[in-house]
Design a protein around this ligand. Structure first.
Ligand code: FAD
Length: 503
C-alpha cells in the first residue's frame, strides 16, 4: 500500500517535529508518533500467507457511520470486537434484538503493532510479584492481579479448543520454565510463592527444579521454576477472533479498514457524537475505543509522559538450534532477562524446509532490554529499525545458556522490533477516557471514548479480558444501562481509579 506508506511518512515527519517542539516547551511530555511506515519484518506477520486480513478494507469506500469505532487492530481492538459480538449475540438470545455496527481502523497492516511483533508467550504469571501487589494494593486486589491472567489465558485457550483452532494458531501447552539466576532470586521467588499460596492463590501446579535436574533434562546450569503456560501465534489467534466476531450474529455488523491511520477524533453536534478522522475520510460514531497501545498518546496527549503510556521498543530474534530439541524442551522459557521458545515443527522461515525444522527448530527470543541504553528504549516508536548492540546480546544468549544446543557466532534468521506501551504501575489503563490520569477526573468532554492500553510488555494474558470489560461498558452504554466492575477485574486498572497508585 504505497499511498498508505507515504501518508504515514508525512504524518510521522510532522508529528516528530511537533514532538520536538512540545518537548522543548514542556521539558518532558513526549507524545507518541503514529506507527511508522516500513516496519521491520516479523516472523508472525511476514511469513507468507500468515496475515489473511493484512490489507483488508484498505481500498474502496470507507465506512462512514458506525455505533462503535475501534482504533487499532491488535489483541485489544479485535478482542473488543469479539466480545461486542458475543454480547450482542447473547442479548439476541434473550430476545433483545439490538443492532450494532462496528468498524476497526488500523494504521498499517492488520495486527502489525506489538501483537504481530511480540514473543508469542501466553504466560499467566502464576504467583510472581504477589508480595508487591499485596503490599501496594491489599490481598483481594493482589489475588485479582494474578487471577485475571489465568482467567484470560484459559478463556483464550477455551475459544481455541471450542473452534478446533489449536493447529491453526500453533498452540503449545508446554508450561513456562523460568531459569533462576542466583540463590537470592530463588529465595525471593519461594517467598513470593509461599505468600501467594497462604493468601489462597491456586499454585498447586508449580514445580521447583534444582540445578542438577535442569542441567540433566534441559542442558542449562540453573535452577528453575515451572508453571502452566502456553505459546502460540498471536496474529493468527487475533485473525480467528476477527472471523468469529464477523460471523457471530446478523445483529452485529463489522468492517475493517487497514492502512487507515486515525489522525484525530473530533466532536460532532449530531446524534453521532464523534468524528473519527482519517486521510481517507471520516467515520461518524457514538463510541470510540482507543486500542492503540504504545501510540495512545498521539490521539490522547494527556497519556503522554511518565504518568501515561510510554512507548517502549522491544526486540526479537529468530535463532536456529544446532541440535534437535527434545519434547521436554518444548516449553516457553524465561529468566535471565530473556524469554524464548522453540517453534513447533510445521513451518519454515528461510531455506530450511520442514524436515530441518523438525531436527533443528527455530527459537523465538526476546529480552535483553538492559542493553537498550539508559532509556531502555523508552519513548521510542520506530519499529522500522533494530538496535545493533541489543541484537548482538540476543545472538549470544542461547549459546551461552545452552552451550550444547546452540552454536556460538550463528546469525539470527530474522530480527525485528515492536512497540510496547508501559505505564508507571505496569498495569493497563482500562475504561472511559479521562483528562487527568492521576486523579481519574474528567469533565465529560471525552464521553463515549474508551481506552484499554498499556500492558507494559505483558499483554497476552491480560488484553483479552480488558477488552471484554470495555465491550461490556459499551454494550451497557448503548442500552442506556449502567455498568458495574466485574469481580475479576483489578479495580486499579480502571481509568477512574488510577489515584490508587502508590509509587
Ligand atoms: C518485542 C515484543 C515482545 C513482546 N512479547 C510478549 C510476550 O511474549 N507475551 C506477552 O504477553 N506480551 C508480549 N509483548 C506485549 C504484547 O505484545 C502487547 O502487550 C499486546 O500485543 C498489546 O496489544 P494491543 O492490541 O493493545 O496493542 P498492539 O498490538 O500494539 O495494537 C495497537 C494497534 O493500534 C494501531 N494504531 C496505533 N495508532 C493508530 C492510529 N492513530 N490509527 C489507527 N491505528 C493505530 C497500531 O498500528 C497497532 O496495530 C511484547 C511486545 C513486544 C513489542
Amino acid at each position: 500500500m504505497l499511498w498508505a506508506v507515504l501518508i504515514l511518512s508525512l504524518l510521522q515527519n510532522s508529528v516528530r517535529s511537533s514532538v520536538v517542539n512540545s518537548q522543548e516547551a514542556l521539558s518532558f511530555q513526549p507524545i507518541a508518533s503514529f506507527p511508522v511506515a516500513n516496519a521491520s519484518k516479523s516472523f508472525w506477520i511476514d511469513t507468507p500467507g500468515a496475515n489473511l486480513l493484512g490489507d483488508e478494507g484498505s481500498i474502496g469506500p470507507l465506512t462512514e457511520d458506525a455505533d462503535v469505532c475501534i482504533i487499532g487492530a491488535g489483541m485489544t481492538g479485535i478482542s473488543a470486537t469479539y466480545h461486542l459480538a458475543k454480547a450482542i449475540e447473547k442479548l439476541g438470545l434473550e430476545g433483545l434484538s439490538l443492532e450494532v455496527k462496528a468498524v476497526v481502523l488500523e494504521a498499517r497492516e492488520f495486527c502489525s503493532g506489538a501483537t504481530g511483533r511480540n514473543g508469542g508467550h501466553l504466560t499467566p504469571y502464576s504467583f510472581f510479584n504477589y508480595r508487591e501487589y499485596e503490599e501496594k494494593y491489599g490481598t483481594i486486589e493482589a489475588l485479582k492481579s494474578l487471577q485475571i491472567e489465568n482467567r484470560t489465558a484459559m478463556a483464550m485457550v477455551s475459544i481455541i479448543q471450542e473452534h478446533q483452532l489449536a493447529d491453526i494458531v500453533d498452540l503449545v501447552a508446554g508450561g513456562h520454565l523460568m531459569l533462576i539466576s542466583s540463590e537470592e532470586e530463588y529465595a525471593s521467588l519461594k517467598e513470593e510463592y509461599l505468600a501467594a499460596s497462604r493468601a489462597g492463590l491456586n499454585v498447586g501446579d508449580v514445580e521447583w527444579l534444582p540445578e542438577e535436574d535442569v542441567d540433566r533434562i534441559y542442558g542449562a546450569s540453573y535452577s528453575a521454576v515451572k508453571f502452566p503456560a502456553f505459546n502460540f501465534w498471536p496474529l493468527k489467534f487475533v485473525t480467528q477472533l476477527y472471523l468469529l466476531a464477523n460471523s457471530s450474529t446478523p445483529h452485529f455488523s463489522l468492517s475493517l479498514h487497514t492502512h487507515t491511520p486515525v489522525t484525530s477524533v473530533t466532536p460532532l453536534s449530531s446524534s453521532r457524537i464523534w468524528s473519527v478522522n482519517t486521510p481517507r475520510g471520516s467515520v461518524k460514531c457514538s463510541h470510540v475505543l482507543h486500542a492503540t497501545n504504545g501510540y495512545a498518546s498521539h490521539l490522547l496527549p494527556q497519556f503522554g509522559g511518565p504518568s501515561g503510556i510510554i512507548p517502549t521498543r522491544g526486540q526479537i530474534v529468530v535463532m536456529r538450534a544446532a541440535t534437535p530439541v527434545n519434547d521436554s524442551w518444548k516449553a516457553s522459557w524465561g529468566g535471565l532477562d530473556h524469554y524464548w521458545f522453540p517453534r513447533p515443527v510445521n513451518g519454515s522461515i528461510s531455506d530450511h524446509g520442514p524436515e530441518d525444522e523438525k531436527e533443528n527448530p527455530v527459537v523465538i527470543l526476546g529480552g535483553g532490554r538492559h542493553i537498550g541504553g539508559p532509556a531502555f528504549e523508552q519513548y521510542e516508536t520506530d519499529d522500522s529499525v533494530v538496535n545493533t548492540a541489543l541484537g548482538e546480546e540476543l545472538r549470544a544468549f542461547l549459546p551461552e545458556t545452552f552451550p550444547h544446543m546452540f552454536n556460538k557466532g550463528e546469525d539470527a534468521e530474522m530480527e525485528w522490533t515492536g512497540i510496547m506501551g508501559y505505564t508507571s504501575m505496569a498495569d493497563p489503563f482500562v475504561g472511559p477516557v479521562v483528562e487527568h490520569l492521576q486523579s481519574g477526573a474528567t469533565s465529560g468532554i471525552f464521553a463515549g471514548q474508551y481506552i484499554a492500553a498499556g500492558y507494559s510488555g505483558h499483554g497476552m494474558p491480560r488484553a483479552f479480558s480488558c477488552a471484554e470489560a470495555i465491550a461490556n461498558m459499551i454494550t451497557a452504554a448503548i442500552q442506556n444501562k449502567s455498568w458495574s466492575t466485574p469481580e475479576w477485574l483489578p479495580k486499579r486498572y480502571l481509568t477512574k481509579n488510577r489515584s490508587q497508585e502508590k509509587n
